[in-house]
Design a protein around this ligand. Sequence first.
Ligand SMILES: [Ca+2]
Length: 317
Amino acid sequence: MVSASVLVLFGSLFSSSGDYVDHPKMQPFIDEMVEEHQYDATALKNVLSQAERKESILKAIARPAEKTKAWHEYRDIFIQPKRIKEGKAFLQEYKETFDIVEAKYGVPREIIAAIIGVETFYGRNTGSYRVIDALATLAFDYPKRSLFYRELKNYFLMVRSNNLDPLEIKGSYAGAMGLGQFIPSSYISYAVDFDGDGFKDLWHNRKDAIASVAYYFKRHGWKKGESVADRVTLYNTDADHFANESLKLNGNLQVWKERGVNVPKGQQERDAALFRYENEDGMEYWLAYKNYYVITRYNHSRLYARAVYELSQALTK
Ligand SMILES: [Ca+2]
């Protein structure tokens, strides 16, 4: 006879794998993949039935640093001597790749390096979740699931067309993969096989990762040679009402001047957004231009954009 405690033990063991075998959203997902992409239903079911639901993922996604931290706290995570030092070494080690990529895509090397530095500490922390677990958990069990549902579909398309094992690939809790933390749709659209070995290896191949981040920026409208942002002061504090309104460039420089911003002298007329950042000892204001907006296309956060920009500046000193 099996005791109740043994049943509980086995129950928890079994529930740690195959969490989606009987999930009500799994079959409709499979049906859509078969209908839309002629995916093999048996293969899909086989993979999905080995996906695990991760409570830690649902907890992590509920409190991203971009939503919970003041700027100075966020900055302290990313702008430290070690990340600057290793970033400079990264630029040096891959100088030839950066030379070619910078010329080809028009995106400065320090921006590319800063992205990879902020995302994964130059490849040190690329994520230890199986992407199948991350995306299944978020696509099937997260209330705001629509993005992840799409990304789970893209994941299967990505592994099929690149002949990858869907149960092996690792990434972040949100299913972001490799040195630049590309989600599957980004991989499909922007991954580059820089070294020409036939595999867009964003997990281990730094050359492929550098070129892919640059291509992502080019495709999102990076303006070669244009400045990114200027620190400013306000002559009229009413301008503060318009700060952090959205990530969009919600006024040209003339408008910002009229709203109360001391616009830097000699700047050509163009669109900008005003951002307010909280330091330990008060507020700081920045006028941000098109290229700053492009950084937010990588991660929709003014804190993120600032961290990338500051790290990029530190890497050039
Ligand atoms: Ca490659």
